[in-house]
Design a protein around this ligand. Structure first.
Ligand code: GLV
Length: 315
């Protein structure tokens, strides 16, 4: 059997796979991400990949022996799940282990935007800071404000717990009612109207693609903050740029982008925008656990067992 990874991993993948499945060949790059172009899928039984790797019908056709794709991410929008099911390929992801890290990062962006940390950092580094001033870089307090959460799954709920600790009110919009003390479920329209901070935590699906569009942005308070640690395509980036440029929002924090890693150049010029390079789950703890879940899933499927975190049916 052959296991292929498009990226180096912070675990001993070769040791773990060969201990569980003696004789298995494991191709894992020594450093970084080589992508699908850098691996041979022709006789691969298992693939470990990143959210950058597009696993579509074309990629699956090049991998006739494939039994499992272990996506080292919780989002699976990079994978054609219908094509995978059609090709009898199990798909797994890495939920839970990145929940706290991602919620912490969404909170980091909320605070950074509210307190204008990006502008402050740039000012100090510019060498032109003139000293403390009463009206310098005035931000907004989160205490007493309303956090709106779009998508109230694991990460949304973890963010809510933090916000409640900060004395915020928490409202959410989600297809499902979730019982979480101190939170209120509202319609998506109400969410945009009422939120002082709106944080996105829904998966990217045909229903959520560009759900944050010009019309909805126009209903937000001009003092509101938008935070996106989910997927770039949930937001109409052009409409967000227009809103920020026109001062129709207080600010925004983006960890994800349309067409990343390419960044729409107009974003660089947006005032009150904090930019991050898709690092929501980037803690040593989370990333190590994510890699481990991928190894576990591969070993389970190739041993004839049902893996945890199965996204599609197992053949
Ligand atoms: C990261 O964005 C993930 O989906 O895990």
């Amino acid at each position: 059997m052959r296991v292929v990874s498009t990226s180096s991993l912070p675990i001993d993948l070769v040791g773990q796979i060969t201990a569980a499945l003696p004789g298995t060949i494991v191709d894992v790059p020594a450093h970084g991400h080589v992508g699908l172009a850098g691996v041979s899928l022709a006789d691969a039984d298992a693939l470990i990949c990143l959210l950058l790797d597009k696993i579509d019908a074309h990629a699956l056709a090049a991998a006739p022996s494939l039994r499992v794709v272990a996506n080292c991410a919780v989002g699976v929008d990079n994978i054609d799940l219908v094509a995978a099911a059609g090709a009898n390929v199990a798909v797994t992801n890495t939920p839970d282990v990145l929940t706290e890290a991602t919620a912490e990062f969404a909170f980091t962006l909320m605070l950074a935007v509210a307190r204008r940390l990006g502008e402050g950092e740039r000012l100090v580094r510019s060498g032109t800071w003139g000293g403390w001033a009463l009206d310098q870089l005035l931000g907004v307090e989160l205490h007493g404000k309303t956090l709106g959460i779009l998508g109230f799954g694991r990460i949304g709920q973890a963010l809510a717990r933090r916000a409640l600790g900060f004395g915020m009110r928490v409202i959410y919009a989600d297809p499902h009612q979730v019982s979480a003390d101190g939170t209120e479920r509202v319609t998506i329209d109400q969410l945009f109207l009422r939120a002082d901070v709106l944080s996105l935590h829904c998966p990217l699906t045909p229903e959520t693609r560009r759900v944050v569009d010009a019309t909805r942005l126009a209903t937000m308070k001009p003092t509101a903050i938008l935070v996106n640690t989910a997927r770039g395509d949930i937001v109409d980036e052009g409409a967000l740029i227009d809103a920020l440029t026109a001062g129709r929002l207080f600010g925004a924090g983006l960890d994800v982008f349309v067409g990343e890693p390419r960044i729409e150049p107009r974003l660089y010029g947006c005032p009150r925008l904090v930019l991050a390079p898709h690092i929501g789950s980037a803690t040593t703890e989370a990333r190590t656990s994510m890699a481990q879940l991928c190894a576990d899933a591969v070993i389970a499927v190739l041993s004839g067992r049902r893996p945890g975190n199965l996204v599609t049916r197992i053949p």
